[in-house]
Each structure stands twice: as structure tokens, then as C-alpha cells.
Design a protein around this ligand. Structure first.
Ligand code: ZN
Length: 88
């Protein structure tokens, strides 16, 4: 629950955490707008499609890095082998 004050009569009003919009004050029966702009980033940070897209991106980058490392190690070994062969 969240406790707010009516903008018309300044009485305390209890609302649910995730509700917002147009409400009727139970004390003065005036309408007021409650917009819950706090903690929005906590609950709506990322949606699943973005998360899966990021995971796919990380996977692709990881595979490319792994192949690059394998190629790099193979290249070093190849250079070293040729140098060993050339200079004993
Ligand atoms: Zn009121």
C-alpha cells in the first residue's frame, strides 16, 4: 500500500502500490489523478525480448572471440614451429 494526500482536502488516502489513474477521494468525493512515477525503472527495466536479444548478442560475440583466440593460438604455434624449424 502507498499513502498519499488528496490534493483537494489533504486527507490521507491509501492506494495499492501498482495503481495509477483517476480516483475519487473517499473523503471529499473529488476526483484526482495519481501517477506512480516512482520505482518505475525497478519493475519495468527490461522486457524478455530485449534480454533474449542481448543473450544472443553475447553468444555471438563469445563465439567470435573464441574462434579468434583459437586462430590466434594456432597462428602463434604455426609461427613458432616455422621459426624452430628455421633456426633450430
Ligand atoms: Zn479529498
Amino acid at each position: 500500500m502507498v499513502e498519499i494526500q488528496c490534493p483537494h482536502c489533504d486527507e490521507d488516502i491509501e492506494l495499492e502500490d501498482d495503481v495509477f489513474g483517476l480516483f475519487d477521494c473517499p473523503h471529499c468525493d473529488e476526483e484526482f489523478i495519481w501517477e506512480d512515477d516512482e520505482d518505475v525503472s525497478n519493475e519495468h527495466t527490461t522486457n524478455p525480448s530485449v534480454i533474449s536479444g542481448v543473450k544472443i548478442g553475447i553468444g555471438i560475440v563469445g563465439i567470435v572471440l573464441l574462434l579468434s583466440m583459437i586462430f590466434f593460438v594456432w597462428f602463434l604455434l604455426y609461427i613458432r614451429a616455422s621459426l624452430d624449424g628455421g633456426f633450430g
